[in-house]
Design a binder for this molecule. Structure first.
Ligand SMILES: N[C@@H](CCC[C@H](N)C(=O)O)C(=O)O
Length: 282
């Protein structure tokens, strides 16, 4: 079967975009892994699929697969690319697009300057929302930081769900952060039963952070949109940050706004088209 796709990226977090409104296909885990391969396949951090909505109040269903083939709940950089893609493909002319994801609804707004603002919903801190298993002595849900023993070290983490699960660790200098050493170990830690994305956050000022993210199912990426949202939400909750916050990631910058509990968080940034292609899906 010949399948049309588009390669896009948000700050170097790269995607294969597939329109399954006008085309038919089904991806197995193994196919996703082969397509994600940077030598033998198309190469990407995530495969993003556009489908017709199941809920009639929504415009599209947005499905996300990590490079390891796992289907996940949310992808922030992908959401911005999704908005640009459905308009470029003339699947919609709307500037405000409502999508359903496995992690909940998102509202995507295309601004005059071409950047995309995404209403990411409210961050959730309850351990069960990730899920994360707190230590029995930690008591219930209201802790701002949780202690985790990993590779013989004790680390403190903020845990946040942006529809998908995030752990955020504060570091002095992001360039020296133990991303390769602790990222995979925290990602697969048994206290995160569905694994977790791991952010390493350096606070520069109340309105500025630097961030690297070891993504669940894809490894370290040049940027993680939901990771930026989770880091800012955790930083604001700890009293370290104030909205708006500029997040400097290895691939570029995002702006995150959040005014605290009971309000949705907004992420604004670019979405770039790289090339269109066709492939034989086998
Ligand atoms: N790159 C993404 C997040 C993609 C999903 C993530 N790896 C997960 O498993 O939850 C973003 O920009 O948010």
């Amino acid at each position: 079967m010949l399948l049309h796709f588009t390669k896009m990226h948000g700050l170097g977090n790269d995607f294969m975009m597939v329109d399954l409104v006008t085309q038919r296909a089904h991806f197995t885990d193994d196919q996703v892994r082969r397509l994600a391969d940077r030598r033998f396949g198309v190469g990407f951090d995530q495969l993003l699929v556009v489908e017709p909505p199941r809920d009639p109040d929504m415009d599209f269903r947005y499905r996300i697969y990590n490079a390891d083939g796992s289907e996940v709940e949310n992808c922030g950089n992908g959401a911005r690319c999704f908005a640009r893609f459905v308009r470029d493909q003339r699947l919609t002319h709307k500037r405000e697009i409502h999508v359903e994801t496995a992690g909940g609804p998102l509202v995507l707004k295309v601004e005059e300057d071409g950047r995309i603002r995404v209403d990411m919903g409210e961050p959730r801190f309850a351990p069960a929302s990730l899920p994360f298993t707190p230590e029995p002595f930690e008591g219930d849900t209201d802790r701002v930081l949780h202690r985790l023993e990993v590779n013989g070290e004790s680390v403190e983490l903020g845990v946040v769900s942006m529809g998908n699960p995030h752990a955020v660790m504060r570091v002095d200098a992001v360039d020296e952060a133990p991303v390769e050493r602790l990222g995979p170990a925290i990602e697969a830690h048994p206290r995160f039963p569905r694994r977790v994305n791991v952010g390493f956050m350096q606070v520069v000022s109340p309105h500025e952070i630097r961030l690297r993210v070891y993504e669940r199912g894809s490894g370290e990426t040049l940027a993680c949109g939901t990771g930026a949202c989770a880091a800012v939400a955790s930083g604001i909750r700890q009293g370290l940050l104030e909205s708006p916050v500029s997040v400097h990631l290895p691939g570029g910058e995002l702006t995150i706004e959040w005014h605290g509990p009971g309000t949705p968080l907004a992420m604004t940034g670019p979405a770039e088209r790289v090339f269109d292609g066709r492939l034989l899906l086998y």
